[in-house]
Design a protein around this ligand. Structure first.
Ligand SMILES: O=C[C@H](O)[C@H](O)[C@H](O)COP(=O)(O)O
Length: 238
């Protein structure tokens, strides 16, 4: 049995096997993506030539510390691969993201990537999304009205706070509304309803974006989920 943190590390390090010389890589955010960034840093120091874009200020700082070359966004057309974490994922690779507040930059980066590989420990896999409160990035202007609109969708909304009180502010200067639904049986429908609310910048439902998920398991192995529902039998096959 391995600890949750080792499950994250195993998954993240497995995903770095997809990183090849010359690629432009999106670096995710969070405690699982952290291990991917460390491993990519090690690969760069061993001579691998890649360039990267970070999905948050925290990941950018880590990438710089690791010596990973960052590319200005204006110089990138498309990324080859993004490796990122998730707060919840189902077997159709529908995700909840944004527990670390980075969902907006993560979604933009994922959208402009050829391939999105999710790394997570096995505690994140669910049969139905919704146990994890859905993070929604909202603009500060009239945020009380936006919270009211979100509540009308049938959830309980908590505006995210910093540990030392005061509102949590994203890298983009916005707030996060954490929306707790009983369950999310139809994520596609909820995605378009939330997306159409004025005041909402972006939400943490990522649907049809992930190509693969590498799941770190308690026995120290990985399970690989592919979009389209198939599960790799031999985790080291793909
Ligand atoms: O905003 C943060 C991101 O969406 C993270 O990738 C997500 O919260 C998972 O983070 P962790 O790997 O720390 O559980």
């Amino acid at each position: 049995m391995v600890s949750e943190y080792n499950m994250k590390k195993i998954a993240a390090e497995h995903a770095t096997k997809y990183v090849q010389a010359g690629m432009k890589i999106g670096l995710g955010t969070g405690s699982t993506a952290y291990y991917a960034i460390l491993k990519i840093g090690e690969m760069v120091r061993d001579g691998l030539s890649i360039q990267a874009v970070a999905t948050s200020e925290a990941s950018e700082k880590l990438a710089v510390e690791q010596g990973i070359p960052l590319i200005p966004l204006r110089e990138v057309d498309r990324l080859d691969l993004t490796i990122d974490g998730a707060d919840e994922l189902d077997d159709q690779l529908r995700l909840i993201k944004g527990g670390g507040g980075a969902l907006l930059r993560e979604k933009i980066t994922a959208f402009h990537s050829e391939r999105l590989v999710i790394v997570a420990d096995d505690t994140k896999t669910v049969t139905q999304l919704g146990a994890f409160p859905l993070p929604v990035e909202i603009v500060p202007f009239a945020y009380e009205w936006t919270i009211q609109s979100l509540t009308q969708l049938g959830c309980t909304v908590q505006i995210r706070h910093k540990p030392d009180k005061g509102f949590y502010v994203t890298d983009n200067g916005n707030y996060i509304a954490d929306c707790k639904f009983q369950q999310i049986p139809q994520p596609e429908e909820l995605s378009s309803r939330i997306g159409s609310l004025p005041g909402v910048v972006e939400h943490g439902l990522f649907i049809g974006m992930a190509d693969q998920a590498i799941i770190g398991c308690q026995d120290g192995t990985v399970r690989i989920l592919h979009s389209g529902n198939s599960v790799a039998k031999n985790p080291f096959d793909s």
